[in-house]
Design a protein around this ligand. Structure first.
Ligand code: PLP
Length: 420
């Protein structure tokens, strides 16, 4: 039998960037552990966090009622009520947001939350028009790229590039070019941003909020790396939420990507729609994440752990990796996006004679996995050269691995420039 795929099937199997990335990640971490893996977004192993999660799991396993609740019952459609109440209390206490459990829904990872949210808001509308998600600043998260069920799902704005001292630069939203129309369904940003480690300033977020309100569309903020957890943000930035914001959080980057728990914080109407769609697609979200995390969310434990363990771990890693690049790449015209958060460095090799995707292949042959920049520009139609000059590296693996990878990267980039 020849497999005949629907349009949906064709779209989801057509070699999406995220599929290639996760396949590389799977083979690196599970099948070929000798690869120098600086590709996907797997979080680091932080022993103190692992100990806390193990304790959380042991507490559940020791208690027959909790054990049964974790494995023997479906979570309610919107997500475990006690867990939602704890999250709401935490957001209220720390940021003063006016949220209750009704403003919160649990998903099977934030990736699946984005699939639902995007397709709830954009695509083919009942009045026959099409709507798209606008990304006010690209580069943006590779995983958004193929989530839309209809064509032309994204529009995007190219950034302003601000050159800084010490071979650093920073992307800013170019508000003079940011154009939305009656066909824009929502604005979406990740903050801190995957792939660049950028943290949009409070001023940028305020302006986006105003634009979204004026257009009567939501502002989606992807806080996978952000506040209040895992808080991998190295600069001062005010967390943002109001009833026009959809904030999407996740337990993954705390060190729990395997439990697949995402959290959506939004107005009640949106949460209702989200929960209904989530029920159709998933029936219920998994219980494991809420069960392990419950004791951490009951008080401020999670906030303190992020502040004392997670943030400093990644901050030190970022600084060490930065220093390593600076020492190994003196002969190379490199530029690095200022590391302000998340778990990546974003390198820009201006005038690189080969495309970043070819550099990726050369590195792969030498046993190093990094992600070429091309995939991080959903919604940018034209062949902007900048996208072929950038590469994303993760610094979450053990440091000797990161160091070995940077050395090989420096050699390959040097060779590419030397070949002209
Ligand atoms: N958003 C961003 C910016 C990410 O980097 C990721 C994963 O790497 C996700 C969302 C999805 O994460 P998860 O589905 O594990 O919550």
């Amino acid at each position: 039998m020849r497999l005949k795929l629907s349009k949906f099937g064709e779209k989801l199997t057509a070699g999406a960037g995220i599929v290639e990335l996760m396949a590389d990640l799977g083979s690196a971490l599970n099948e070929n552990p000798d690869l120098i893996f600086m590709g996907g977004g797997n979080p680091a192993r932080i022993p103190e966090m692992e100990a806390v999660f193990r304790q959380g799991l042991e507490d559940v396993l020791k208690d027959p009622a909790k054990r049964y609740a974790m494995t023997g019952v479906y979570q309610s459609p919107q997500g475990d009520l006690a867990f939602r109440q704890q999250i709401a209390a935490l957001l209220k206490a720390h940021f003063g947001w006016s949220v209750s459990a009704d403003n919160i829904a649990i998903s099977n990872g934030s990736q699946s939350a984005f699939f639902i949210l995007y397709n709830l808001l954009a695509g083919n509308m009942v009045d026959g028009t099409n709507r798209s998600i606008h990304l006010p600043l690209t580069p943006e998260y590779i995983g958004y790229g193929d989530l839309g069920l209809s064509d032309n799902f994204f529009t995007a704005t190219k950034p302003e590039i601000k050159l800084l001292e010490d071979s650093l630069f920073k992307y800013r939203i170019d508000f003079s070019q940011l154009q939305i129309s009656g066909r824009t369904a929502a604005l979406c940003v990740s903050r801190p941003t995957n792939p660049t480690g950028n943290v949009l300033t409070d001023d940028e977020i305020e302006q986006l909020d105003k634009i979204a309100r004026a257009a009567d569309i939501p502002l989606i903020i992807d806080g996978a790396y952000g506040l209040p957890f895992p808080n991998i943000s190295f600069v001062e930035a005010k967390p943002h939420w109001n009833d026009n914001t959809i904030l999407v959080l996740s337990l993954s980057k705390l060190g729990l990507p395997g439990v697949r728990t995402g959290i959506v914080v939004a107005n009640e109407q949106l949460i209702q729609a989200f929960s209904q769609a989530n029920t159709v697609i998933n029936l219920a979200s998994g219980n494991l994440g809420p069960a392990i995390a419950e004791s951490l969310f009951k008080d401020s434990t999670i906030i303190n752990l992020c502040q004392q363990q997670v943030k400093p771990f990644y901050y030190q890693r970022a600084q060490r990796t930065l220093a390593l690049i600076q020492s190994h790449m003196q002969e190379i015209p490199y530029c690095i996006h200022r590391p302000e958060g998340a778990i990546f460095l974003w390198l820009w090799f201006e005038g690189l004679p080969i495309k970043a995707v070819d550099l990726y292949q050369r590195l792969k042959k030498r046993g190093v996995l990094m992600v070429p920049g091309e995939h991080f520009f959903p919604g940018i139609e034209d062949n902007w050269h900048h996208r072929h000059e950038c590469i994303r590296i993760s610094y979450a693996q053990d440091f000797p691995v990161v160091e070995a990878g940077i050395k090989i990267l420096a050699e390959e980039v040097y060779r590419a420039y030397a070949e002209g």
